[in-house]
Design a protein around this ligand. Structure first.
Ligand code: NAD
Length: 486
């Protein structure tokens, strides 16, 4: 299946932090691939703006190297690379100072037909400064968009302050808060599967679903960004945003239309329906050294750190659809494998006509975000052969790459999709201000609770499945985590 390219308007996209790590690894390669696909109009411009002293040529050289490393197969096409580089410009700008702003203004085109967007790919402490400068220097109009990277706040108070700050200069429909999980093809597929099929939706509730598991497991540690991570931890870094978004898409009611506010209204209702979580339903962990790789505390350069690199918790969405259905969330670093999965575990049949020997069977719909994006439905069938009715669970397995063809893999990068959505003015896959605040309102008391009690995270072995207590959290309910494969 060949992916369809939806044309977008010509744009001037300014990347504040254009020489940073995110620009190098994600934003510039994503734009390049959209250029290769023909989606980026020929007269569009990408303008790097950062503190480093550099000219257009320097930025093009920087980008050429970034594409060689992160541009995927298209980067082998030298003509395409050079064609893309011609669209790039650079202006040295200090977010907190005077330098560069008038040069940037001169470079931007005042043409109503040209979309203007500013990507804030800098540390969060600069978001408000940038917003204020963009506004006060006359760089924005009613149609200008700003893209704000994560983290959006550190807690409710800081998120609220940032929302208020941005609202001084921009309307909510101009603000694109990125959670790149929402740009993943499989995450959008959650909505397609739920709301495009008659098959699942009637069963998607407490009557038929026993519980839901959401796992985002990583093999990497926090080395390299240890000191940043140590101030945040798995709850702030992963649960408050990415896992919360996945939970919302699983739990939300069908929106009337696939439109920004219709979808975001439904997600917000889910977050607001989340119950507070008891402390004994939360397990936090910290990886230890395996002899070769450093421990979390070594990576974080903080020998007494109480920050979690792993968290597992059980929570409830208190509404008609999900009353008393547990949602088990789990995420961590240095685990056995890199695997992200949502598993909807259905209840057992109310009565087995095959007798007690046929065992206990539950259908499981597993949606894999990585690796090998796809879906598996566990179905119970008869074990082959004579000798009575023995039942066995087998997978109906679908890999999206196999089902949709190799082109499907080429469009999977979240940033490609999200940046083009900004240009198209489509906010459906971006978080609204009230959504972010609601997520912090749920998260803050949990964090305050363990900080107040002085709880220490449990040590766990690198390369495993997290602390033993995480297994106990679910086992005591008569359930088991699905494996994180080694
Ligand atoms: P980085 O430190 O690699 O780059 C920061 C960029 O900001 C550089 O281009 C630098 O020149 C510029 N900058 C710093 N101070 C400035 C100033 N006063 N005025 C103008 N420019 C200034 O950071 P990064 O890893 O690229 O992250 C950027 C943002 O993206 C952060 O908010 C980060 O949390 C977020 N983010 C990064 C990643 C990632 O994988 N790197 C992933 C998710 C989110």
């Amino acid at each position: 299946m060949v992916s369809r390219v939806i044309p977008v308007d010509t744009f001037d996209l300014v990347i504040f932090g254009g020489t940073g790590d995110l620009a190098r690894r994600k934003i510039l390669p994503a734009l390049f691939r959209r250029y290769c696909s023909g989606q980026m109009p020929e007269d569009s411009r990408v303008i790097g703006a950062a503190r480093s002293e550099m000219d257009d040529q320097g930025f093009r050289d920087f980008t050429r190297e970034a594409l060689a490393e992160f541009g995927k197969s298209q980067a082998d096409n030298a003509e395409a690379v050079e064609g893309f580089l011609r669209h790039l410009h650079y202006v040295p700008v200090d977010a907190r100072g005077e330098g560069g702003w008038s040069d940037l203004k001169d470079l931007l085109r005042d043409d109503e037909g040209i979309v203007r967007a500013f990507y804030f790919s800098v540390g969060p402490s600069l978001f408000a400064d940038l917003a204020s400068h963009v506004h006060s220097r006359g760089l924005s109009n009613r149609d200008t968009r700003i893209v704000v990277e994560k983290p959006f706040g550190h807690d409710l108070e800081s998120a609220r302050a940032l929302n208020e700050e941005l609202a001084q200069y921009f309307h909510e429909d101009q603000i694109y808060r990125i959670d790149h999980y929402l740009g993943k093809e499989t995450v959008q597929n959650l909505m397609a599967v739920r709301f495009g099929n008659m098959l699942f939706e009637p069963l998607w509730n407490a009557q038929y679903v026993d519980h839901i598991q959401i796992t985002v497991a990583e093999t990497v540690g926090v080395g390299g960004r240890g000191s940043y991570y140590d101030k945040s931890g798995a709850m702030r870094d992963m649960v408050q945003n990415h896992l919360m978004q996945l939970l919302c898409l699983i739990a939300m009611e069908p929106p009337a239309r696939f439109e920004a506010d219709a979808v975001r209204d439904e997600k917000l209702k889910v977050i607001r329906a989340l119950d507070p979580v008891d402390p004994d339903q939360i397990v936090r962990g910290q990886y230890t050294s395996d002899g070769e790789m450093p421990s979390y505390r070594e990576d974080a350069e903080n020998p007494t750190s109480k920050t979690e690199s792993f968290i597992a918790l059980k929570c409830y969405v208190s509404n008609w659809r999900w009353a008393n259905t547990p949602f088990y969330l789990r995420t961590g670093k240095r685990l056995a494998s890199r695997a992200s999965e949502i598993a909807v575990v259905f209840k057992e049949t109310p009565h087995s006509i095959f007798g007690i020997d046929s065992g206990r069977h539950r259908n499981v719909l597993s949606i894999r975000l990585q690796p090998n994006e796809g879906m598996t439905l566990g179905v119970t069938i008869k074990e082959p052969g004579p000798g009575g009715m023995r039942l066995v669970d087998v997978p109906l397995d679908m890999s999206f790459a196999e089902a949709l063809g190799p082109e499907a893999e080429e469009v999977t990068d979240a940033y490609e999709r999200l940046i083009m959505d900004v240009i198209r003015g489509n906010q459906t896959l971006f978080m609204r201000g009230d959504e972010v605040e609601a997520a912090w309102s749920w998260t803050d008391p949990l964090i305050e609770g363990w900080e107040r009690r002085g709880d220490s995270p449990k040590p766990y072995d690198a390369g495993g499945a997290g602390p033993d207590d995480a297994a106990f959290l679910i086992n005591r309910d008569g359930r088991r985590w699905r494996g994180i494969k080694a």
